[in-house]
Ligand binder design. Structure first.
Ligand code: COA
Length: 639
C-alpha cells in the first residue's frame, strides 16, 4: 500500500535493511491447476512490466526532487546521480541484472513488492496498511435487519465468486488497454499469516479442496459457517439468515476473551503470540478455519455515533479499526484479506488486508454486492428443506501468556484508536463534471487542489504519493504518481499572489494539471521512477553489493517521506475508502470522484501538532471551489 498501495514504502524505503533476505515466493501467481484457458490466455496476452531506461529514471528523479528539496541539496544529489549512472558504474551493472531478472520472471517486481511493501512491514496492519471502506447507510435499524442484510450480502459475494470460479469476470480496461485480472483471484479464501520477523500470505482457493465456509464473528466469538449445500449450490439468503440467527443466539454472552484483538498488534508481537497460540491443537484448528475461510463477516455491536453529519466519519472509524477494544476492534480478524462489517444501525462497509490486492478490485466486488443486495426480485430458487448443520463455534484455549498478549494488544489498539483522526468529507459543489467542462483531467484537478490546500496550510510543497495502476502489465500492482511537480509548485505559489493576473494563474493551473496527467500516463505505462529505483536498490541487496550512495542520500529519504499519501478509488456505489497516514506528520487522503460530487476521507494523527484533519479537509474544499471560481471568472477567450 502506498498512498495506500504502498504508501508505506515512504517508511519502508528508508528503513529497508541492508541485509536483505531473498524473498521466499509465498505469493504465487495463479496456479495452472485451478484456472483454465480463458483466464490464462488473457493473462498471457498481457505485456510484461518494462524496465525503464536508467538515464530516463535518473533525469526524472532529479526533476521530481525540484519542488521538495533545497537547491544545494539538489546539487549534491545531481553529483550522486551522475556517479551512479556513469558508463561502467554501479547503476549500469544493476540495470543489466534487473533486465536479466525481468527476462526470467513473469513480473520482475511483484514478488519483491509484496515482500517489501507488505510482508516485511512490521507496524500493525490496522490503520497503517489495511484500508477501510464506508458504504452508504443501509435501511435497517435493528439486529434482525442486520442479519437480513448480512445474509443478502453473503449471497452477493458468493454470486461474484461464481464469476471468479467460472472465469466469467469481464476483463477491465484502462485507457482502452486490457488489465491484469490476477488480483481478483487473490482476495477470496486468502489470509495473511503473522511471522516473528516476516509475514506470509496463504491462498486456499488454489488448494485441491477449496474452502466452502466463511467466518462469522459476533460478540468477539468466531464461527465457521458452511455457505454451500451438499449438492454444491450456494445457500440462499433465507438459509443464510437462519444460520446467522443461530450464530447470534449462541454468541449472546459477552465475557469471551477478545482473541481477534491480537491481529491489531505490531506484527512482531503478533507473530510471537501466534507461535504460542498454534501450540494448542484446538487453537490451531480454529486459526486454520479462519485462515481457510472464503471471507469474514463481522456482525458488530453498537458504536458511539455523533450527529447525522458526522455519521460517515464515525463509520470510517468503525471500518478502519473498530473504535478500540471497548467497541469493535476485537470483532475482527485483521489478517483476513476481506472482512465485511455490518452494524445494527444500518452501517455497512469493509476492511481489507492490502498485501494481495489494491482497492479497485475490492470496490468492483463491493459494487456487485451492493447491486445484488438492492435487487428487488424475490429469489426464484426454492429453499431446500434439508436441515442445515449448526455453524461451528471456533474455540480457543487461552493460557495466561496469551491473556497477557491480549491485554497488551488492547492497550496498543486503544492508543492507536485515540491517535487517529479520520474524517469523511462529501464535497458537494461539483464532481468530475466541472474539470471535464474545462477540458481537464478530474483526477489531476483534484490532485492540484490537494497541492494548493497543503501549500495554503504550510507554505511549502511536500513529497506526495498517488497510486497509479500497473495492471496493464501481467501481475502489475502500482507505481507512484509524484503529484508535487515544478509545475504544481509554480501554480500553488501564484494562486494567492495578488500581484499575479488571473489569466496567468489559469495558465499555471492548466500547465500543472497537464503535467500531472502526463506523469500519470508515464506511470501507468510502467515508466515512472519509484519502482525502478526500488528495483535497482533491491538488486544491489540481492547481489550483496553495498547500497549505492544515491539511496543513502537525504534527498531520497525526503522523496519517500510522503506527507501527503493519496489515492483515487472510484466506484459505482456512493462510497469512500479510507486509510491512515504513512508518516507520523502526514495525511492520508483517499477520494472517490463521482459525476457531481466527490467523497474524501482524510486522516492524520492527533499526536502530531503540525497536522489537523479538519483543517486539511476544509482547505481542500476551499481549494476546489476557488479553482472553479478562477476558471469561471477567467473566460477562455481572454487568455
Ligand atoms: N477533458 C475532459 N475529460 C477528461 C479529460 C480532459 N482533458 N481527461 C480525462 N477526462 C475524463 C476521462 O475520459 C474519464 O472519463 P469517465 O468519467 O467517463 O471515465 C474521467 O475524466 C476520469 O479521468 P481522469 O480523472 O484523468 O482519471 P483516470 O480515470 O484516468 O484515473 C488514475 C487516473 C491515476 C486514478 C488511474 O490511472 C489509476 O491508476 N487508478 C488506479 C489507482 C489505484 O490503484 N488506486 C487504489 C490504490 S489501493
Amino acid at each position: 500500500m502506498w498512498g495506500i498501495c504502498s504508501r508505506t514504502m515512504g517508511k519502508m524505503g528508508m528503513a529497508m535493511p541492508c541485509g536483505w533476505i531473498k524473498p521466499c515466493h509465498l505469493v504465487k501467481p495463479v496456479s495452472a491447476t485451478r484456472v483454465s484457458g480463458r483466464y490464462l490466455s488473457h493473462q498471457k496476452g498481457l505485456p510484461s512490466l518494462p524496465i525503464p531506461p536508467l538515464q530516463q529514471t535518473c533525469e526524472r528523479y532529479l526533476t521530481a526532487l525540484e519542488p521538495i528539496v533545497e537547491a544545494d541539496e539538489l546539487k549534491h544529489t545531481e553529483q550522486l546521480v551522475d556517479e551512479f549512472q556513469k558508463p561502467g558504474g554501479v547503476g549500469e551493472r544493476l540495470q543489466r541484472s534487473l533486465e536479466k531478472r525481468a527476462h526470467n520472471k513473469e513480473n520482475w517486481l511483484s514478488e519483491w513488492w509484496v515482500q517489501v511493501a507488505y510482508l516485511d512491514y512490521r507496524l500493525p496492519v490496522v490503520v497503517h496498511s489495511s484500508p477501510g471502506l464506508v458504504l452508504p447507510r443501509m435501511n435497517f435499524h435493528d439486529k434482525q435487519g442486520q442479519m437480513r442484510f448480512a445474509a443478502k450480502l453473503i449471497a452477493g459475494v458468493l454470486d461474484f465468486k461464481t464469476m471468479i470460479d467460472n472465469e466469467t469476470l469481464p476483463v477491465e480496461y484502462l485507457g482502452g488497454k486490457p488489465l491484469c485480472m490476477n488480483q481478483y483471484y487473490e482476495v477470496l479464501s486468502s489470509c495473511r499469516i503473522p511471522g516473528v520477523k516476516r509475514d506470509a500470505i496463504v491462498n486456499h482457493a488454489k488448494s485441491s479442496r477449496p474452502p466452502k465456509h466463511i467466518t462469522v464473528v459476533h460478540n468477539f466469538q468466531f464461527f465457521a459457517l458452511d455457505v454451500y449445500n451438499s449438492d454444491g449450490t450456494a445457500l440462499t439468503a433465507d438459509q443464510l439468515y437462519s444460520q446467522l440467527e443461530r450464530i447470534c443466539s449462541s454468541a449472546l454472552q459477552t465475557d469471551t476473551e477478545p482473541i481477534g484483538i491480537l491481529t491489531t498488534q505490531h506484527r512482531d508481537s503478533w507473530g510471537k503470540a501466534y507461535v504460542n497460540l498454534m501450540k494448542d491443537k484446538t487453537n490451531k484448528e480454529s486459526l486454520l478455519a479462519i485462515q481457510r475461510s472464503i471471507f469474514t463477516v463481522c456482525l458488530d455491536g453498537a458504536m458511539p455515533r455523533g450527529s447525522d453529519d458526522s455519521y460517515r466519519s464515525s463509520a470510517a472509524v468503525q471500518m478502519l479499526h473498530g473504535g478500540g477494544s471497548q467497541w469493535n476492534s476485537a470483532n475482527r480478524w485483521f489478517d483476513k484479506t476481506l472482512q465485511f462489517i455490518i452494524g445494527e444501525d444500518g452501517t455497512c462497509g469493509a476492511n481489507y488486508e492490502h498485501a494481495p490486492a489494491e482497492g479497485p478490485p475490492i470496490v468492483a466486488l463491493i459494487d456487485h454486492v451492493v447491486e445484488y443486495t438492492n435487487r428487488k426480485k424475490p429469489e426464484t430458487v426454492p429453499t431446500p428443506m434439508v436441515p442445515l448443520p449448526m455453524p461451528d463455534r471456533l474455540h480457543f484455549n487461552i493460557t495466561p501468556e496469551i491473556k497477557k498478549d491480549i491485554e497488551e494488544a488492547k492497550q496498543s489498539m486503544n492508543i492507536l484508536a485515540q491517535d487517529l483522526d479520520v474524517r469523511v468529507m462529501v464535497f458537494s459543489h461539483f464532481g468530475k463534471n466541472v474539470p471535464k467542462t474545462h477540458k481537464m483531467s478530474p483526477d489531476a484537478f483534484i490532485q492540484m487542489a490537494l497541492q494548493l490546500a497543503y501549500y495554503r496550510l504550510y507554505q511549502r510543497c511536500c513529497a506526495t504519493y498517488e497510486s497509479a495502476s500497473l495492471r496493464m502489465f501481467r501481475l502489475g500492482r502500482t507505481d507512484t504518481i509524484r503529484s508535487a511537480s515544478s509545475a504544481s509548485a509554480a501554480f500553488v505559489k501564484a494562486f494567492d499572489d495578488p500581484s499575479r493576473q488571473n489569466t496567468e494563474k489559469v495558465d499555471l493551473m492548466e500547465k500543472a494539471v497537464k503535467a500531472h496527467r502526463s506523469y500519470t500516463t508515464v506511470a501507468v505505462s510502467g515508466q515512472a521512477i519509484d519502482r525502478h529505483l526500488l528495483g535497482l536498490k533491491m538488486q544491489a541487496v540481492e547481489e550483496k553489493l553495498s547500497i549505492p550512495e544515491v539511496f543513502k542520500d537525504s534527498a531520497y529519504a525526503k522523496a519517500l517521506n510522503y506527507q501527503l499519501s493519496t489515492s483515487q478509488v472510484p466506484s459505482k456505489t456512493d462510497c469512500v475508502m479510507c486509510f491512515g497516514p504513512v508518516v507520523t506528520n502526514g495525511y492520508g487522503v483517499c477520494y472517490n470522484p463521482m459525476e457531481n460530487h466527490i467523497n474524501f476521507a482524510v486522516s492524520s494523527f492527533n499526536a502530531c501538532k503540525e497536522t489537523n484533519t479538519a483543517h486539511l479537509a476544509k482547505a481542500v474544499e476551499g481549494a476546489l471551489t476557488d479553482m472553479r471560481t478562477l476558471l469561471e471568472q477567467t473566460p477562455k477567450a481572454k487568455l
